[in-house]
Design a protein around this ligand. Structure first.
Ligand code: NAG
Ligand code: NAG
Ligand code: NAG
Ligand code: ZN
Length: 970
């Protein structure tokens, strides 16, 4: 999916007041919801008429039968489908929302077989002709064998058709079926979304097929390499409009079962994978491009949102981004239209359905008056991510899900290039370091990480596929491709891409096909590599983790070592490459210029890295996916340089680039957590912040200090930590007060606008004078005049949080009313967060009750709200009690049980660092193990692991941290 299947919200903005960063990354997978249900749902009923998904083999013993394997046999290929669907947007007599449909598929036999195995999940079939669930005829004069019997394999999600004779190789057949399914609210397959407009409830029928839910909408060969052409027809109520991947061909009025309906037919799709199909039936309205182009661009959504201009920004950036990618790939956009739809209920961030991209409202809508920079940045990068997939992923598709990392890593990487083209003044490409590289560094430093690339046979079941949509796939994928593009140069990289897209258009690939194309192009360029692209890249994608490169500037010795955040961790997975990498090291020295060197072995001597009294800095602009450590003297020289003048521009001295200023902090803190360097050295990298005004170093520091807040905000270290940070942030706060003319204007530079948020949230959090007054004043003004919010959109998160924290029930109730009234998703989310900041336990308890009432808080947001509350030092124990008391109910009521619960556990236990908390966690684990719920255990295991590591870290570092902080204030 777009930032697909996954979203991570633009989280800068969530850092706030007394709150704790609720850094949530959602890997939302339709998947997750159904996991538990699927396991239990095996019923066999045979009667005439509607027949349920019947499974004669209810206990799938290990078997070699083709229908017990999850992968399709290689006997048949689909050519095209004719699908007609009719979703009911009102419930039937039983209160169920359903859809009915018919589907025919032309399939060609490529290996003799008397079986047709086709995916089908949660669909009930009509017994059609011949008293079977399907009808088979021959195409092109062929005669078809008779059907002996049909049945359903619930576990593997197949419909199996046994024939009395074999199908003939080279011949084509037409398989026809009639079925019905539930249009449920589980956000997967063909599902429904709801919203209210002028007091009237509206129902939308929409889809989310990735990864394995097309089979929930109609029977199909639901694997990415089973590309086919889809002829789609939708039947829908007269007041609605129907959209699909292809352009509408025409709409006519029809009457079925005495109901007046519209029937819309669509242009047949290009040859494509099932997971990229989409259809939406709604009362949405649209805006469309007026520019004369050969691509029709339309933005769809709720009438109210579109009419108030929330889709305008998306419309404005779509065309430039499409043009940018056409140019970058040197390949024209393959379709004649590009529809983008914002849905009120959507599991992921967005989904790159070919020609009909679907979004969470927050990922497509932007309101200039109400939304923040972070919101805008999110919109433009998600759009760029999805549009990048139109070629990479959709035109050329991975053969199987094990190569998902290439698809998603690539889109995540180039989304910044597309967004940069649309917003050239932002320097958005720099943000990759914070948003992708550092994020990947964090999870990839655990022994529980995994290599980017998996073997095809390791990823078989829908659950295994869903688990791939994770940080490694997206962010490490992006980081590693960025490094590749850097050492190849962007022009070689882009040319290779073009050749790749050209050669494999409308078909499927494995990742080595890309290496091959890049290698061919590189042969013509003058870039010298120490080995083939495949040899270099294998080390980065076939083994997990990454190196820390240690440079001894006294001797010129350089070495690499697998970086692990927990010093006692034992790596159990073997690697063919011994956890060594081919590392492209770039460096600069204070006295002279820059250089580049490949480290190909564990250790090497490289004289030019020797320095006298100069400092040396490696991994320029953090283009390489590795951390850097130095000899103590060089660390000192770097620190001195930072504190004396962090951005010297004297001609003889080089500048420490802003990205490296951030990375020095991030590397130092992580090296300290891994016990490679001393914790005080890490803390010392923050001293120069007194003079720093740039966003990226500040943001790096705040993220790393977050751990200190988590561990120490209930201990005696908290006071000195506050004092130290207050002193550091004071000049930043003053600086922004100045450049905004006492908070009345927006700073001109984009990065400054982002850093202003840090200035205020850190200032309020640490008690800088004037900060709390400022936020309360804004909030009070708003309360006096609710129709005109005076709070600068960028600062809303932090202002809501601080004002609600400083206020009482009146402030809270006002915020809640505004939340309920809000028609802007991004605004609602900020309030959802702000409300969690109150210090009143009873308000927090009441809020908690609201979160699990879907009438109050949408299901898609419930876990966020609960985790936000647990970030509040007062809320944390309340949430812990709440979840322990209600986990059975929560997991039952929320379809995505295990996933939801996993997120909760992860968020709630972040602060755990005492033996007592560890015991409580272990108790919960036992309770769950003793219950009938099988899930959540993995999340709890991880939480136990982390809690143990926290206990160790605190006992080892607390005294030192305390001493160092105390020294600073004397
Ligand atoms: C249901 O199927 C079973 C096994 O196929 C058969 O023995 C039984 O008679 C059928 N029942 C009905 C009501 O058709
Ligand atoms: C499928 O639909 C197309 C377009 O409507 C039509 O031309 C074709 O005959 C249909 N195929 C079959 C086998 O019904
Ligand atoms: C399918 O059949 C099962 C068993 O009869 C029933 O519970 C379910 O509601 C049916 N689904 C639809 C959409 O009709
Ligand atoms: Zn994606």
């Amino acid at each position: 999916m777009g930032k697909g299947f996954y979203i991570s919200r633009p989280l800068g903005f969530v850092l706030c007041g007394l709150g704790i960063v609720a850094m949530l990354t959602i890997f939302s997978l339709s998947v997750v919801y159904t996991k538990e249900k699927r396991k239990n749902q095996v019923t066999a009923i045979n009667e005439t008429g509607m027949v349920t998904t019947a499974a004669p083999h209810t206990t799938p013993a290990p078997s070699n039968e083709p229908w017990d394997k999850y992968r399709l046999p290689d006997t048949l290929l689909p050519e095209y489908y004719n699908v007609t669907l009719w979703p009911r947007l009102v419930p039937d007599e039983q209160g169920m929302y359903i859809f009915t449909g018919t589907s025919g598929v032309a399939l060609t036999c490529i290996k003799e077989t008397n079986l047709i195995i086709i995916h089908s999940n949660k669909l009930n079939y009509t017994l059609t002709l011949e008293n079977h669930h399907a009808k088979l005829t021959g195409l092109g004069g062929t005669s078809a064998p008779a059907i002996l019997k049909t049945w359903f394999q619930t576990q593997t999600q197949f419909m199996v058709i046994l024939l009395n004779e074999k199908l003939e190789v080279g011949k084509s057949y037409w398989l026809y079926m009639e079925f019905r399914g539930e249009l449920s609210d589980d956000l997967a397959g063909f599902y429904r979304s709801q919203y209210t407009e002028n007091g009237v409830k509206k129902v939308v029928a929409t889809t989310q097929m990735q990864a394995t839910a097309a089979r929930n909408a109609f029977p199909c060969f639901d694997e990415p390499s089973m590309k086919a052409v889809f002829h789609l027809t939708l039947q829908h109520p007269p007041e609605t409009v129907a959209l699909a991947n292809g352009m509408e061909l025409g709409t006519e009025s029809i009457t079925i079962e005495d109901k007046k309906l519209l029937q819309t037919r669509f242009k047949p799709t290009e040859k494509m994978s099932t997971y990229l199909l989409a259809f939406v039936i709604s009362e949405f309205t649209k805006i469309q491009s007026s520019e004369k182009t050969n691509v029709l661009i339309r933005i769809w959504g709720r009438k109210e949102a579109i009419e108030s201009g929330q889709g305008d920004y998306a419309l404005n950036v779509t065309f430039p981004i499409l043009k940018y990618f056409e140019n970058y790939y040197n390949t024209t956009y393959p379709l004649s239209k590009s529809d983008q739809v914002a849905l009120p209920d959507f599991a992921a961030g967005a989904m790159e359905n070919w020609g009909l991209v679907t979004y969470r409202e927050q990922s497509l809508f932007y309101d200039p008056k109400e939304s923040s920079n972070g919101d805008k940045e999110w919109v433009v990068t998600v759009i760029a991510h999805e549009l990048a997939h139109m070629w990479f992923g959709n035109l050329v598709t991975m053969r199987w899900w094990n190569d998902l990392w290439l698809n998603e890593g690539f889109a995540s990487y180039v989304s910044y290039l597309g967004a940069d083209y649309a917003e050239p003044t932002w320097n958005i490409k720099d943000l990759m370091v914070l948003q992708q590289v550092q994020r990947a560094f964090a999870v990839d430093a655990l022994v529980s990480s995994h290599p980017l690339s998996s073997r095809e046979d390791e990823v078989i079941t829908p659950d295994q596929i869903s688990q791939l949509f994770d940080t490694i796939t997206y962010s490490k994928g992006a980081a590693v491709l960025r490094m590749l593009s850097e050492f190849l140069t962007e022009s070689v990289f882009a040319k290779g891409l073009h050749n790749y897209l050209h050669e494999y258009a409308y078909s499927n690939t494995v990742y080595t096909d890309l290496w091959k194309k890049l290698q061919e192009v590189n042969a013509d360029s003058r870039i010298q590599l120490p080995a083939s692209i495949k040899e270099i890249m294998n080390r980065w994608i076939l083994q997990m983790g990454y190196p820390v490169v240690t440079i001894d500037t006294r001797t010129g010795n350089i070495s690499q070592q697998h970086f692990l955040i927990h010093p006692e961790a034992v790596v159990e997975k073997p690697s063919d490459y011994n956890y060594e990498w081919f590392v492209p090291i770039t460096w600069m020295k204070s006295g002279s210029n820059m250089g580049q060197h490949w480290l190909l072995t564990k250790t090497a001597l490289y004289e030019p890295m020797k320095t006298g009294t100069d400092w040396l800095l490696a991994n320029l602009n953090v283009m390489g996916y590795y951390r850097v450590n130095y000899d103590p003297q060089n660390w000192e020289r770097l620190l001195t340089q930072l504190t004396t003048d962090h951005k010297v521009r004297l001609s003889i001295k080089a500048v420490i680039p802003v990205l490296n200023r951030g990375q020095i902090i991030d590397d130092a803190f992580n090296l300290a957590r891994a016990q490679i360097i001393n914790i005080t050295l890490a803390l010392r990298t923050t001293k120069y912040l007194l003079k720093e005004k740039e966003y990226i170093p500040w943001e790096s520091a705040i993220r790393n200090l977050q751990y200190f807040f988590l561990m120490f905000d209930r201990t005696e270290v908290y006071g000195p930590l506050q004092t130290y940070l207050r002193r550091n942030v004071q000049p930043l706060f003053d600086h922004f007060q100045n450049i905004t003319s006492n908070w009345t204007q927006k700073p001109p530079r984009y990065m400054d606008q982002s850093n202003q948020i840090n200035a205020i949230s850190m200032a309020c959090r640490t008690g800088v004078k004037g900060c709390s007054e400022l936020t309360r004043m804004w909030y009070r003004q708003w309360m006096k005049n609710p129709d005109s919010n005076p709070i600068p959109p960028n600062l809303k998160n932090t202002v809501y949080c601080n004002a609600i924290a400083a206020g009482g029930v009146e402030e809270w109730d006002f915020g809640w009313q505004m939340f309920k009234k809000s028609t802007i998703a991004a605004e609602a989310e900020k309030l959802l967060y702000g409300l969690s900041c109150t210090k009143e336990p009873w308000l927090l308890n009441r809020y908690l009750e609201f979160t699990i009432d879907p009438k109050q808080v949408r299901k898609q947001d419930a876990a966020f709200a609960i985790v936000y509350i647990s970030g509040n030092v007062i809320g944390q124990p309340l949430v812990w009690d709440f979840v322990r008391a209600k986990w059975e109910q929560i997991t039952k009521d929320y379809d995505d049980g295990s996933f939801f619960f996993g997120r909760l556990i992860q968020g709630i236990t972040k602060k755990f660092s005492t033996e007592f908390e560890l015991k409580q966690l272990q108790r919960l684990k036992e309770d769950i193990a003793a219950s009938s719920f099988s899930f959540g255990t993995q999340a709890i295991e991880q939480a136990i692991e982390k809690t143990k590591a926290n206990i160790k870290w605190v006992s080892k570092n607390k005294a030192q941290v305390m001493n160092w902080l105390t020294e600073q204030s004397t």
